[in-house]
Design a protein around this ligand. Sequence first.
Ligand code: PLP
Length: 430
Amino acid sequence: MENKLKRGTLCVQGGWKPKNGEPRVLPIIQSTTFKYDDSEEMAKLFDLEATGYFYTRLQNPTNDAVAQKIADLEGGVGATLTSSGQAANFYAIFNICSAGDHIVTSNEIYGGTYNLFGVTLKKLGIECTFVNPDAPEEEIQKAFRPNTKAMFGETISNPGCNVLDIEKFARIAHGNGVPLIIDNTFATPINCRPFEWGCDIVTHSTTKYMDGHATAVGGVVVDSGNFDWEAHAGKFPGLTTPDESYHGLTYTKAFGKMAYTTKLVAQLMRDLGSIQSPQNAFLLNLGLETLHLRMPQHCRNAQAVAEFLQENEHVAWVHYCGLKGDKAYELGQKYLPEGSCGVMSLGLKGDRDTAIRFMDSLKMINIVTHVADARTCVLHPASHTHRQLTDEQLKEAGIAPDLIRLSVGIEDVDDIIADLRQALDKSVQK
Ligand SMILES: *Cc1c(COP(=O)(O)O)cnc(C)c1O
């Protein structure tokens, strides 16, 4: 029923359903703990035999309402809020991988995720193979091993601004009996719902467009409920065999389509504890209430800005999938027909200093380590977010050293373009 409501309605009304006499607005349940009348009731909660709240590290009513809204927006069966986007991607993988396992990922992904997969997961004994997402299927297939447990990509890559061929990735993942996990941060469910194209699990850094105002770091993992863990039981013993830390309960048998989400909360949240604070979930919910209004404005502004930049004499190149002739245009039209996002990349004619002069000349537009919020901002990945990558790795991740990432906000587009124009003019002056 909830899934039948249109996305604009879900943004405003989804999640929190007040009962008679309860607050109309989602309340912040700022309580670590919950009270029960007798110890038997509480014991059932610990055994996962009954549902209810007992400790906020596991579940909190504010968080659950917001997670439900996001699950409905993505068309999933369950969602879990996490303390950050990093935690979301870590949990999404670690929920089905352990030491000795392997994952295959697009190499065009966020710098933080690149490190998480390439460096930190390795320390935990999980290996990762990075593939060029535009390579032919046979080529990508070669990255798979018998111990591969998941495939990963980003709908729109940060900061490369390429669009993932989701159907191709889903075909390859499923051909190898593993789920496809997609980070849908930049597109948001307003512009793309990866589950409709065969993806199994979606993650977000809610820090970006979902919050939209740059107030709260957060993440979410959403499960479609579509991947058949039992059909590949040997690969996913964590879901299909008894969990000794829960009295021998088997997640797929006990929870069906909710198996992945239940395990993520009952095991990973219990043991690792990267919850989102209820305060942040409240702020995230306020952001979500206008997501369907903000995304089209980000896209309209970005389209106008990209067209302006393309025509400007000081600009060497602009990469935005809304531009005809762009490398990502065709995939953008297929997967993001209503618009992509406000983020684009560009390079200026000149050297590294030209890029720095340009950024330092901007007035209304600020240099910040952020993207995808209401305020237009710029960043130079080679000297900021991705500075730990070697030139070789930068190239592999699709990031030119002169690449400037521009995140177009929802201000009046005339003012955005005027600021860019004056800074471009100054960038060439000695
Ligand atoms: C920012 C970002 C992340 C990391 O999210 P945090 O909330 O900063 O931890 C992951 N993936 C993408 C695509 C991002 O843009």
